[in-house]
Design a protein around this ligand. Structure first.
Ligand code: GDP
Ligand code: MG
Length: 162
């Protein structure tokens, strides 16, 4: 079976946009409103000649649990089934309490994590990405999922983690 990469993070940080970049198609549902990914969706991807599965998360964002519990529950479920995790943070916002809650889950799970500092659309935002060293998850990879900036370097790190 192919190794499984889970993409987790708060609503609206760009998880589905990143998944579209990774799979090279416009399939994961991207919306300006959080909570649009209908379910956890698995896609096949390939990078540098290696194939793997990518799981997008975010389907239960607006359910009765409330945002924090919902993000945590989805992340936990996806992390459990994954060989490695991409944790997406919106670098323009910085780390929120919800992000910190996910960090705790990631630590507990002990799976390899690649930290994606997303929405770094240009060099002037690189400093935003560097702030995310504070999460204690190692190097933040500056990425613009929207424009494709930095995604190759991030995927190189993913392959090392998988
Ligand atoms: P998700 O809820 O985490 O799956 O986030 P989405 O992928 O649906 O994206 C939420 C919003 O952020 C959309 O309007 C995207 O176009 C936008 N977005 C995603 N990635 C980037 C990025 O790298 N830069 C910028 N500026 N916007 C982004
Ligand atoms: Mg989504």
């Amino acid at each position: 079976p192919l190794p499984v990469l889970a993409v987790v993070g708060r609503p609206n940080v760009g998880k589905s946009t990143l998944v579209n970049r990774i799979i090279g198609r416009r399939e994961a549902v991207v919306e300006d409103k959080p909570g649009v990914t209908r379910d956890r969706v698995t896609y096949e991807a390939e990078w540098a000649g290696r194939r793997f599965k990518v799981v997008d998360t975010g389907g239960w964002e607006q359910d009765v649990l409330g945002i924090d519990a919902s993000v945590a529950a989805q992340a936990e479920f996806a992390i459990d089934a994954a060989d490695a995790v991409v944790f997406v943070v919106d670098a323009t916002v910085g780390a929120t309490d919800t992000d910190e809650a996910v960090v705790k889950l990631l630590r507990r799970a002990g799976k390899p994590v690649v930290l994606c500092a997303n929405k770094v659309d240009g060099p002037s935002s690189e400093a935003d990405a560097a702030m995310l060293w504070s999460l204690g998850l190692g190097e933040p990879h500056p990425v613009s999922a929207l424009h494709g900036r930095g995604t190759g370097d991030m995927l190189d790190a993913v392959l090392e983690a998988l």
